[in-house]
Design a protein around this ligand. Structure first.
Ligand code: ATP
Ligand code: MG
Length: 435
């Protein structure tokens, strides 16, 4: 830990009290508490809080939590310096403590503040928001100690791909005797934030749908999080060329069912795009990389700056968004998969889907793209046109999506169509690579 001096600002009802700490690594929790009691003699202060980057308060009541706070503060300080700013003092907010019985013994923090980006058109019910707190402590412990899979049990094989934020590897889990896809994301964050991410990812254990990638486990090793999921041997749809409508229809059914499932859990996907739709040689289609952890999404976004080309106009303009934004992304993704190119010809996606915001302004300003005449069925064109209505409310709601004639037409459970198409494409690819 850094040993350079810092300034701690104690926020009291009577005003701010700054104190210089020459050697923060020697500071312990009790010292600080004594210092607080000195400036607030009337109050019974047993703990204090600091604020993370989103303004959430994190409680400190032990040496360990103090260390996490200092390490968080050093990161912020470095960031401010790198941006040419003078570091702000470390602000702490004294508070009266709770009885030990009420404490969250794992130091886990659940974001219970309403988040506009979480607006799934309905509020998240309390039972959902507090879910993590209701988990038994044994279960939380299991999750904090790396879930069912640990780093030593994984044999990494080839790299499957690299996206904005992480690298995905095919891997073999020795104990589970199973092939995995492991996404490794470097994240320079505090232990506190790591715990928060682990707690937010917990909902993935509960996701159980044939249209959603199975999540096995996640763990941190040093400054990297590894997220272990089911491996899909057909990979993602972004690498397939134009997909014929009878195959695309079956894929669309799975995607709509997967999203409807997530929405029923009050989860917005937030990153619907062809590279997050996976297929396998059994003809299954599954969604991956949905944003269940706000903190993970925020931490990645800090490193990888840019705007996603599949985002709905209201998201590009920074407005509030909900389910309808996912529906737009379905529309633009399937239009791309049918055309074999990104539907806005002026937007060239050379490297991934993140672009400078200005380049995407045409999605906000212009009418949505239209299909060339006579190449696609009326039902398909209508489906895409409805999903890509500029006004979010005019796009189909979940039920309307499922009942759209393009979806009902292909909702026949025929996995063979997708399976045969995946197998043929993989063979063609192998032949091209001379394998
Ligand atoms: P972004 O980071 O913006 O989501 P991306 O989806 O292209 O972009 P990653 O999520 O890192 O990037 O995935 C990289 C690639 O790894 C994908 O394009 C896909 O081909 C492959 N991949 C990801 N998950 C799996 C999986 N479960 N099974 C097989 N391949 C996978
Ligand atoms: Mg992805």
């Amino acid at each position: 830990m850094d040993t350079e001096g810092i300034v701690i600002r104690i926020k009291t009802p009577a005003g701010d009290m700054d104190s210089a700490v020459d050697c923060p690594s020697l500071l312990n929790f009790n010292d600080l508490l004594v210092a607080i009691r000195d400036v607030m003699p009337e109050a019974t202060v047993t703990a204090f809080e600091y604020e993370d980057e989103v303004g959430d308060r994190i409680t400190v009541r032990s040496d360990e939590e103090l260390k996490a706070m200092l390490s968080y503060y050093y990161n912020t300080m470095n960031e401010q310096r790198m941006n040419g700013l003078l570091p702000d003092p470390l602000q702490i907010f004294p508070r009266a403590g709770k009885t030990p019985g009420n404490r969250n013994i794992h130091g886990l923090k659940v974001n219970t503040r309403p988040n506009p980006a979480n607006d799934c058109t309905q509020a998240v019910p309390d039972s959902m928001a507090n879910n993590s707190l209701k988990k038994s402590s044994a279960e939380l412990k299991r999750i904090l100690t790396n879930g069912q899979i640990s780093a030593q049990d994984i044999n990494y094989q080839e790299q499957l791909g690299h996206g904005n934020g992480g690298t995905v590897y095919k891997a073999y889990h020795v104990l589970g005797n199973r092939v995995l896809a492991v996404k490794v994301i470097p994240l320079d964050i505090t232990v506190e934030l790591q715990k928060q991410i682990m707690s937010e990812l917990e909902i993935l254990y509960k996701c159980d749908s044939p249209y959603i990638i199975t999540f096995f486990s996640a763990f941190f090793v040093e400054n990297r999080i590894s997220i272990c999921t089911e491996f899909m041997d057909g990979g993602s749809l972004d690498v397939y060329k134009r997909i014929p409508e009878h195959v695309l229809g079956r894929i669309a059914v799975a995607v709509v069912k997967g999203l409807t499932y997530l929405w029923s859990l009050k989860i917005l996907h937030r990153d619907v795009k062809p590279s997050n739709m996976l297929v396998n040689t059994r003809g299954q289609v599954k969604l991956c990389d949905f944003g269940v952890s706000t903190q993970l999404v925020n931490s990645i976004a800090k490193t990888y700056v840019g705007t996603n080309a599949y985002m709905a106009p209201e998201r590009i303009s920074g407005e509030q968004y909900g389910i309808h934004a996912d529906v737009w992304s379905v529309g633009i993704s399937f239009m791309e998969l049918a055309l074999g190119m990104f539907p806005y010809p002026q937007i060239q996606k050379n490297q991934g889907s993140l672009m400078p915001l200005q380049l995407l302004q045409c999605i906000v300003d212009e009418d949505p793209p239209v299909f060339p005449v006579g190449q696609f069925s009326e039902k398909f064109v209508h489906f895409i046109t409805q999903c890509m209505r500029r006004q979010p409310k005019e796009r189909p709601a979940p039920n309307d999506l499922m009942e759209h004639s393009f979806i009902t037409q292909f909702n026949d459970g025929n996995a063979e169509v997708v399976s045969m198409w995946v197998c043929r494409c993989l063979e063609e690819r192998r032949a091209q690579q001379g394998l």
